[in-house]
Design a protein around this ligand. Structure first.
Ligand code: NDP
Length: 452
C-alpha cells in the first residue's frame, strides 16, 4: 500500500498546475488536482485568452475605419457587445473543457473544489470535507486582482468582472498604468467607450524602456483615450447620473464604470500554508528557491503565486522544471532571464531583455543604442499618424544584443523570434548580415543605425 493517496497533489488547475500535473501523470505518477473555479486558470478564464479576443474585437472597429483609405465603403457598421462577449465566453468554456480533458486523458484526478492545507502532506477539500494525502504538493493557485481600499471601492470592477459585463458603459475610467490598465483602455476605447486612464505616475508602463513608455502614451491618445497623470483616486461616489471619482489633486471625474487595474497579489489567503510551515513574503507569495521548492521540502510552488515573472508561459516552464527536478532526478532551474513578452495595447508592445536604463546600470557607457521610428505603409493609406518604434541595445565591443523594444503592429509576433536571437547571445553583426524581408516592419531590425 502506498503511504499517500497521491504521489503529487496540485492545488490550482491553471497554466502551471495543469502542465505539471499532466507531465507528472505521463511519467506514471498518481496525480490529483483541485480547482475551486473553472479549469484553465487566469490565462484561459479571465486573462490572456479572453483579453486577446477583445483586442481583436477592438481592432476590427479600427480596421473598418482604416479600410476607407483602401477604397472600401463600409456602411452602417455597428458593434454589439453581447455578441462579442458571448462568443468569447463560449470559447473560454470550450478551452476550459480542453484543460479538464487533458487531466482526464492523462489519468490525473480533478476535484472541482477548493483545497486547503491541513499539514505538509494533507489537504482538505472544503466542499466535501474530504482529506487527501500526497507525497509532494504543488501550490499553483495564481494571483487575484488587488485594489486599494478606498471609500466606495465596492462600486469599482476589476479584470475578473470585465469580460462578462452586462452592458458596455458609455464612459469608463481605468485606474492604473500597468499591463491590464493599458490593454483594457485600448479595448474599451476601440469598442466605442469614452475612456479615461488615470495613473499615479508621469508616463504609462513603469519599468519598461522610457522610449517605449513615451510611445505608449502617444498610442493611447491616438486611440482617443484621455490620459490623466500623477493622480490617485481617493473616493468613488454613486449618484443618479453615474459614478463620481475624486482624486488626490482635488479633481473629480464623472463616469459609468470604474475599473481598478492596480495590480495583482498571490492568492494564498486562507490556504493554510502556515499549517504546513510554508513561508510566504509580505505580498503573500510562496518563497521558493530556483527549483521552485518552498521552505518545506515536499512542497513546491510555480506561477504567479510565487510572484517571480507573472506570465503564463513562465508558469508552464516552471512547472516542467519542477517535474524534472522532483520526479526525474534531474534538478532543473528555469532561467528567468531574457523572457520575451508583449503588452497588447493597440498596436502592441514587444520587449525582450534590458531597457536602456537597465543596460546602463549593468554596463555603464559600454552600450550602443540603435533606434528608429517611422510611419508603417499601412498607416499611410489609412490616413493615420501612428508611427512604429524599434530600439536595439548592445553591450561591449562585440556588440552582443541585450535588449530589443518594439512598438507597432505585429510587435508581439516579431518579438517571439527576436527573443531567440537575444537568448542565443547574437550580436549586431549577426543582425546586419541577415537579409531584410521586404516590405515588412520587421526588416528595419536588420538595418538599424546607431542613435547619435
Ligand atoms: P501592474 O503591476 O502591471 O500595474 C499595476 C498598476 O497599478 C501600476 O500602474 C501601479 O502604479 C498602479 N497602482 C498600484 N497601486 C496603486 C494604488 N494604490 N493607487 C493607484 N494606482 C496603483 O499590474 P497589472 O494588474 O496590470 O498586471 C499584473 C501582472 O499580470 C503584470 O505585471 C504581468 O506580469 C501580468 N500581465 C501580463 C500581461 C501580458 O503579458 N500582456 C497582461 C496582463 C497582465 P505604479 O506603476 O506606480 O506602481
Amino acid at each position: 500500500m502506498p503511504q499517500y493517496d497521491y504521489d503529487l497533489f496540485v492545488i490550482g488547475a491553471g497554466s502551471g498546475g495543469v502542465r505539471s500535473a499532466r507531465v507528472a501523470a505521463q511519467l506514471g505518477k498518481r496525480v490529483g488536482v483541485a480547482e475551486e473555479s473553472r479549469p484553465g486558470g487566469t490565462c484561459v478564464v479571465r486573462g490572456c485568452v479572453p483579453k486577446k479576443f477583445l483586442v481583436y474585437g477592438a481592432d476590427y472597429g479600427a480596421a473598418i475605419k482604416d479600410a476607407k483609405g483602401f477604397g472600401w465603403n463600409v456602411k452602417d457598421a455597428t458593434f454589439s457587445w453581447p455578441v462579442l462577449r458571448d462568443a468569447v465566453q463560449a470559447e473560454v468554456t470550450r478551452l476550459s473543457g480542453v484543460y479538464s480533458n487533458i487531466l482526464d486523458k492523462n489519468g490525473a484526478d480533478l476535484f472541482r473544489e477548493r483545497a486547503e492545507f491541513v499539514d505538509k502532506h494533507t489537504v482538505r477539500l472544503t466542499t466535501s470535507g474530504r482529506e487527501i494525502t500526497a507525497e509532494t504538493i504543488l501550490v499553483a493557485v495564481g494571483g487575484r486582482p488587488w485594489a486599494p481600499n478606498l471609500k466606495g471601492a465596492e462600486y469599482a470592477i476589476t479584470s475578473d468582472d470585465a469580460f462578462t459585463l452586462e452592458t458596455l458603459p458609455e464612459r469608463a475610467l481605468i485606474i492604473g498604468g500597468g499591463y491590464i490598465a493599458s490593454e483594457f483602455a485600448g479595448i474599451f476605447a476601440g469598442l466605442g467607450v469614452e475612456t479615461i486612464q488615470a495613473y499615479r505616475g508621469p508616463s504609462l508602463l513603469k519599468g519598461f524602456d522610457d522610449d517605449v513608455r513615451a510611445q505608449v502614451d502617444v498610442i493611447q491618445k491616438n486611440n482617443g483615450i484621455e490620459l490623466k497623470f500623477n493622480v490617485s483616486p481617493t473616493e468613488i461616489k454613486k449618484t443618479t447620473g453615474g459614478l463620481i471619482v475624486s482624486f488626490d489633486d482635488g479633481s473629480k471625474i464623472g463616469t459609468d464604470l470604474v475599473f481598478m487595474a492596480t495590480g495583482r497579489n498571490p492568492h494564498t489567503a486562507g490556504l493554510g500554508l502556515e499549517k504546513a510551515g510554508v513561508k510566504t513574503d509580505k505580498s503573500g507569495a510562496v518563497i521558493v528557491d530556483e527549483y521552485s521548492q518552498s521552505s518545506v521540502k515536499n512542497i513546491y510552488a510555480v506561477g504567479d503565486v510565487t510572484n517571480r515573472v507573472n506570465l503564463t508561459p513562465v508558469a508552464i516552464r516552471e512547472g516542467i522544471a519542477f517535474v524534472e527536478t522532483r520526479f526525474k532526478d534531474n534538478p532543473t532551474a528555469y532561467d528567468h532571464s531574457d523572457i520575451a513578452s508583449a503588452v497588447f495595447t493597440r498596436p502592441p508592445v514587444g520587449v525582450v531583455g534590458l531597457s536602456e536604463t537597465q543596460a546602463r546600470e549593468a554596463y555603464g557607457d559600454n552600450i550602443t543604442v540603435y533606434a528608429t521610428s517611422f510611419k508603417p505603409m499601412k498607416n499611410v493609406l489609412a490616413g493615420k499618424d501612428q508611427k512604429c518604434f524599434m530600439k536595439l541595445i548592445t553591450e561591449g565591443k562585440k556588440e552582443r544584443v541585450i535588449g530589443i523594444h518594439l512598438v507597432g503592429d505585429d510587435s508581439a509576433e516579431i518579438i517571439q523570434a527576436l527573443g531567440i536571437c537575444v537568448k542565443a547571445g547574437l550580436t549586431k553583426a549577426d543582425f546586419d548580415r541577415t537579409c531584410a524581408v521586404h516590405p515588412t516592419l520587421a526588416e528595419e531590425i536588420v538595418t538599424l543605425t546607431a542613435r547619435t
